[in-house]
Design a protein around this ligand. Structure first.
Ligand SMILES: [Zn+2]
Length: 286
């Protein structure tokens, strides 16, 4: 996978001497000077969003989730805009493994793109807007179709946390069925009305399964949402393996989940895990 390269970007029309002076100043100032991901967008030469660490983490999150097989050609991740909490930022409709900084677009909470410039938005972005609308505590959202979680979205077997690293998924994982209120559909969350229905079932939980479709995972930060999405997929595999051996489960208790989750999301756990997953995905930890 091609690593992201971070270096100062200078306007091409700037005279050579001024460019050289600015480049030298940037070198002295380190990474703080006009840094962007210097990679080309697949769709045109649109100017990237203003530099922000939260947006760079969204790019890293896309690469990580693809590298960990949580997402494939489909799936997406967003971050609430720290500059304007009524907006969020995510890639245009591109497979997560391919997402680069210049692919990022900004959206109003209702899903309207602020500056589309011909770029196609994800059809299911309403998941993100509806969750941000319902959950002020949420600043990052992941939607994926990982096949390991599907058995628990189409059966009455609850996806319960089985191991301490997976405590980040929470004790309760509700299942949302689009057919309950919307009948036969292609199961995609295409409107805010459907998104709000999903967000109501998610309630205060971290993860939600979508019958016949996939999952939604939320977090207070991009890192937390990514780690929870990774361990939701891991926990689903462990649960399927366990059920092949026995129908007697000893899941983590609610108190164990709270304690283990606090450890995993502490700097001791979260920073170590984020660096690890960034490096595995070939991106610079940020
Ligand atoms: Zn989907």
């Amino acid at each position: 996978m091609r690593p992201l390269v971070r270096q100062p970007a200078l306007p091409e029309e700037m005279p050579g001497s001024r460019r050289n002076m600015l480049r030298a100043a940037c070198a002295l100032a380190g990474a703080a000077c006009l840094p962007v991901w210097v990679t080309a967008s697949a769709q045109g030469a649109a100017e990237p969003l203003d530099e922000h660490v939260a947006f760079r983490r969204v790019v890293a999150a896309n690469r990580i989730l693809a590298n960990e097989s949580v997402v494939d050609a489909f799936g997406h991740v967003s971050v609430r805009d720290p500059r304007d909490p009524s907006r969020y930022v995510m890639s245009h409709a591109r497979s997560p493994a391919l997402v680069e900084y210049a692919d990022l677009m900004e959206f109003q909470q209702d899903g309207k793109p602020l500056d589309p410039r011909g770029r196609r938005a994800y059809g299911e972005r309403m998941i993100h807007g509806a969750v941000y609308e319902a959950r002020p505590d949420v600043n990052a959202v992941v939607h994926h179709h990982a096949y390991s979680v599907i058995p628990f979205a189409v059966s009455d077997i609850p996806l319960v946390p089985l191991t301490h690293t997976a405590a980040v998924i929470g004790s309760e994982i509700p299942v949302w069925d689009i057919a309950a209120h919307f009948g036969d559909t292609d199961t995609l969350v295409r409107t805010m009305e459907i998104g709000r229905d999903l967000a109501a079932v998610l309630a205060d939980n971290t993860c939600l399964l979508m019958r016949g479709h996939g999952a939604v995972v939320v977090g207070a930060t991009v890192q937390q949402a990514v780690l929870s999405a990774i361990y939701l997929e891991v926990n689903a595999r462990i649960l399927a393996q366990t059920l092949a051996l026995t129908d007697t489960l000893k899941a983590l208790s609610a108190a164990e989940v709270e304690l283990a989750r606090a450890t995993q999301f502490s700097p001791l756990g979260a920073e170590r895990a984020w660096e690890y997953y960034c490096r595995r995905a070939g991106v610079e930890p940020i």
